[in-house]
Design a protein around this ligand. Structure first.
Ligand SMILES: CC(C)(COP(=O)(O)OP(=O)(O)OC[C@H]1O[C@@H](n2cnc3c(N)ncnc32)[C@H](O)[C@@H]1OP(=O)(O)O)[C@@H](O)C(=O)NCCC(=O)NCCS
Length: 201
């Protein structure tokens, strides 16, 4: 749920522009190695987190691999630098995001459209590597071969790049606007069926 602050899509990190044309590979995240550290650094670079915010992100990203159905992919440059990542897990009652979205959907829709779906929790690409199809590739790799009937996610209502990507990839709107906490910015919740109708259960 990329709950950080959206940054200028054209913002630059330390990455060099010449890096944009190097071949990028998408790999499963190796939880046994230091890959989780790479993902945390990437998250903080993309969302501009530091200090207490970064500590909260660190704890959250280290907790999520223990959730059921966890899956993560990372995009790496030829020198092994991580330049993008995506991860998610199975939505289940009791999880923070599931409960907040369930409050808006009501019991019947929560049971039918939310619980048990694959929650795309994070998707991020370094600013220097955007608009080269990497976000689309990461999302496709993350959703490939999942057993879930559908996937769900939330993104900021004013996050034009993310909404455009998801819309182009066939995602529909489950909730057109909601806040996760009072005074928070507005979010949309989206859903995409992963299997044909009739195989939901
Ligand atoms: C959203 C994000 C992951 C997209 O990554 P990306 O690698 O630039 O996306 P892609 O190049 O694969 O773009 C795929 C499609 O998404 C849409 N898109 C992506 N960026 C866009 C932008 N800035 N404006 C309009 N459409 C955009 C387009 O339809 C694009 O297809 P096209 O290039 O053929 O027109 C990236 O902008 C990012 O990391 N943003 C910050 C983190 C974030 O917002 N994450 C998602 C929210 S939870």
């Amino acid at each position: 749920m990329a709950n950080g602050h959206q940054r200028d899509d054209n913002a630059r990190t330390d990455d060099r522009d010449s890096d944009r044309d190097t071949p990028i590979t998408i790999q499963p995240l190796d939880l046994a190695g230091s890959a989780l550290d790479d993902v945390i650094a990437l998250y903080n670079a993309v969302w501009g987190k530091s200090g207490a915010g970064a500590a909260a992100v660190d704890a959250q990203i280290r907790r999520h691999p223990r959730y059921p159905g966890f899956k993560a992919v990372v995009a790496r440059a030829p020198d092994d630098r991580a330049v993008g990542f995506a991860y998610g897990y199975t939505n289940a009652p009791g999880q923070w995001w599931h409960e907040r979205v369930a409050e808006h959907l009501g019991a019947e829709r929560t049971a039918g459209e939310l619980t048990g779906s694959f929650c795309v929790t994070e998707l991020a690409v370094l600013p220097s590597h955007r608009r080269h199809g990497l976000g689309r590739r990461l999302l496709a790799a993350l959703l490939a071969d999942l057993p879930h009937a559908a996937a769900t996610l939330s993104t900021q209502r004013d996050n034009r790049p993310a909404r455009a990507l998801y819309e182009a990839a066939g995602w529909d709107y489950l909730i057109a606007r909601m806040r996760f906490t009072p005074g928070d910015r507005e979010w949309v919740v989206m859903r995409r069926r992963l299997r044909p109708t009739g195989h939901e259960h």
